[in-house]
Design a binder for this molecule. Structure first.
Ligand code: NAD
Length: 415
């Protein structure tokens, strides 16, 4: 049998296993297998050469039993509706895993931002909001950044939505610049949350974080900030990569200097004093902790048995296939699943939404402190199920999250 790589089929498969373990009511299970609403939009954007190009975008609203839909917007040339559906399902489980009063959604536009000017990106961002504007809002569905979207793009989007409404609506989008109502600490919150879960995992496994060796795939928001924060916690970053390739130095790399090098040259590759490696070999490097922080399906049956790390911490969404999960579990690799590991981003987004509603803003120390408490509690909740039920950490996170969403659906009388 060939390995399933369709992210939505994988998300459904993971849910099916959790539903069986939880003995979930079949009606709840069947409702949770599909998104509540899927919107596909087609819209024109005038390019710098004066030609009009037609783009396709999506917004998937998966489940809002626990609160408004919440999830990022991804700009990617290979974006598909099934990727967006999977990411929307994972958002539903993620907000429930860290116990936020939010549901799950996700958006995407099929485009290649690397080939577009800033002006073109601004027009595309505004046009996408015009196209989905009727289904989003602070009490309805709150987008945020994801792969190849950033705080500036969120600024254009919140401005466009505010124009539609006729007044400023900061709480419609999170991950905004601080000057427009963004939260202190949101920028690196995904990475910080991941680092907190890694810290908790090392305590359970008796691996001293100080001095431990780290390999990170992907050097964007999630990856580069995880490198900086783990370095601050005393760990040694030995290998990192981006879409152009990877670099390795067993003695340790300077994570901030790599950010500057990538900024200047467009890639981590060519960083002085490091050996060039491939993205594939990075995953198999001898290290204590491996952090996939790029895209889906990078750990599969093809390479799972060659992973040498003691801990795999999924800063990325969906980097491991279910078959690879089983191999890692069998090989006693401790896995911090995406639902838990990268939930710091949505947690700080939730803080931003709360602060926007109050019009009262917290200092960064308060954000870090609240984030640490939520991530540590979620880690402990998931770990307790992992031990008690003897299931892998992903299934433990699923069981916790699905149970919470199912309870909200039943209390509402949906099923
Ligand atoms: P980003 O656009 O800032 O960075 C993506 C990075 O991945 C870039 O360095 C890019 O070069 C690299 N990359 C792309 N293709 C690659 C490949 N084939 N091999 C190796 N590297 C590759 O995106 P991000 O926000 O850091 O998101 C990365 C992952 O983290 C995604 O799975 C995303 O869904 C997840 N995530 C992000 C957030 C957030 O707040 N940014 C929150 C939760 C989860």
């Amino acid at each position: 049998m060939t390995e399933e790589l369709n992210p939505f089929k994988i998300a459904q498969e993971q849910l099916d296993v959790a539903a069986k373990l939880l003995k979930l009511d079949p009606a709840v299970h069947n409702l949770l297998r599909e998104p509540k609403r899927v919107l596909e939009v087609t819209f024109p954007v005038r390019m710098d050469n004066d030609q009009v190009k037609i783009f396709k975008g999506f917004r998937v609203q998966y489940n809002d039993a626990r609160g408004p839909y919440k999830g990022g917007i991804r700009f990617h040339p290979q974006e598909t509706i099934d990727t967006v559906k999977a990411l929307a399902a994972w958002m539903t489980w993620k907000t429930a895993c860290v116990d936020l009063p939010l549901g799950g959604g996700k958006g995407g536009v099929v485009c290649n931002p690397k080939e577009m000017s800033r002006r073109e990106l601004e027009r595309l961002s505004r046009a996408y909001i015009d196209a989905i504007g009727t289904v989003i809002g602070p009490e309805l569905d709150i987008p945020a950044p994801d792969v190849y979207t950033d705080a500036q793009i969120m600024a254009w989007m919140v401005d466009e939505f505010s124009k539609i409404r006729g007044h400023n609506v900061p709480a419609v989008i999170t991950g905004k610049p601080i000057a427009l109502g963004g939260s202190q600490g949101r920028g690196d919150a995904t990475a910080r949350g991941a680092a907190y879960t890694i810290r908790e995992a090392t305590k359970r496994l008796n691996i001293p974080l100080r001095g431990s060796s780290i390999a990170i795939q992907g050097y964007g928001n999630a990856g580069s900030n995880t490198a900086v924060i783990l370095h601050e916690m005393g760990a040694r970053i030995i290998a990192v990569s981006d879409s152009k390739g990877g670099i390795l130095n067993e003695n340790g790399l300077d994570s901030n200097a790599i950010i500057q090098h990538k900024h200047k040259t467009g890639s981590v590759v060519g960083f002085p004093g490091a050996k060039t490696i491939t993205n594939e070999s990075l995953l198999e490097e001898q290290c204590d902790i491996l952090v996939p922080a790029a895209l889906e399906n990078v750990i599969t049956t093809k390479n799972a048995s060659r992973i040498k790390a003691k801990i795999v911490a999924e800063a990325a969404n969906g980097p491991t296939t279910p078959e690879a999960d089983d191999i890692l579990f069998k090989n006693k690799v401790f896995h911090i699943p995406d639902l838990l590991c990268n939930a710091g981003g949505v947690t700080a987004s939730y803080f931003e939404w709360v602060q926007n509603a109050y019009g009262f803003y917290w200092p960064v120390e308060e954000v870090y402190d609240r984030l640490d408490k939520i991530m540590t509690k979620a880690f402990n909740d998931v770990y307790a199920i992992h031990v008690k039920q003897n299931v892998n950490m992903r299934m433990a996170a699923y069981m916790l999250s699905v149970q919470r969403v199912a309870e909200a659906m039943q209390l509402r009388g949906w099923v």
